[in-house]
Write a protein that binds this ligand. Structure first.
Ligand code: FPP
Length: 244
């Protein structure tokens, strides 16, 4: 069994508390959070981990005050337009999951441009979850399957895991092996509900703006210590190992 994750997913939490604990406006926490995004993307790429998914904006985040939503959208647009060059240099392919139709038109245009321009890159895939909600993703997958059944293309009895996974936005992307959440909260918050079925969960007390490469290394070391079982017994796993 490999001791290194192929796909890391991160719930970047604690920007607001980082700022509030310093008597700063929350937006400064988000700004520092973007710096962390830059550092962690490069660190993950340098670790030769091929997939990284970041929960950058949930479908619930639209309910935050307009000022904060506007500031987050501004930061996102700024990040994407500045990082495109780095993504091209570092051979990073950008993908997005979530309801991008809700994003401001200018941000959406920058995003789709970056997705298109980096589509051929292979060293790492960076997936941004934007206006994303796991339940909504599952519901739309169920709808897609229902349409195929109604059209007589698929029999309900024949629907299997692979059919379902093919209707998700993460189609073709391996499931995350390691899910990290920062800031001491221990929740999944509607993130990748199907895809994290067997992920190792790692909770860090650190607020996202203070999360750094050393802490990423600590998460990777913890992951390497865990024994992933996928429902098998220890003895079965040892037998599998000896055959691989
Ligand atoms: C959680 O902190 C973080 C977010 C809601 C957004 C995360 C966004 C960024 C890191 C910046 C933009 C992202 C990119 C990819 C450019 P919180 O505000 O919920 O913190 P709190 O729980 O302490 O209030």
């Amino acid at each position: 069994m490999t001791t290194r994750p192929r796909h890391i997913a991160i719930i970047m939490d604690g920007n607001g508390r980082w700022a509030e604990s310093r008597h700063l406006p929350r937006i400064l926490g988000h700004r520092r959070g973007v710096e962390t995004v830059r550092k962690i993307v490069t660190a993950v790429r340098n670790e030769e981990i091929p997939y990284l998914t970041l929960y950058a904006f949930s479908s619930e985040n639209w309910q935050r005050p307009d000022e904060e939503v506007g500031a987050l959208m501004g930061l996102l647009g700024h990040y994407l337009s500045h990082e495109l060059k780095t993504m091209l240099q570092e051979d990073i392919c950008l993908q997005v999951i979530g309801d991008t139709s809700r994003l401001p038109e200018n941000v959406r245009a920058i995003l789709l441009d970056a997705v298109q321009k980096t589509a051929g890159n292979r060293t790492m895939t960076l997936i941004l979850a934007l206006s994303y909600g796991g339940r909504a993703e599952l519901v739309q997958a169920a709808r897609q399957l229902a349409v195929k059944v109604a059209a007589g293309e698929l029999s309900p009895d024949a629907i299997d895991h692979a059919d379902f996974a093919d209707c998700l936005e993460t189609q073709g992307i391996p499931d995350p092996d390691l899910l990290i959440r920062t800031s001491g909260e221990m929740r999944i918050s509607n993130f990748l509900l199907w895809q994290i079925a067997y992920a190792e969960l790692y909770f860090s007390e650190t607020y996202w703006p203070d999360f750094d490469e050393t802490q990423l290394q600590a998460a990777l070391a913890e992951y390497a210590r865990r024994q992933r079982r996928f429902g098998l017994t220890g003895a079965q796993l040892r037998r599998e190992d000896s055959h691989s």
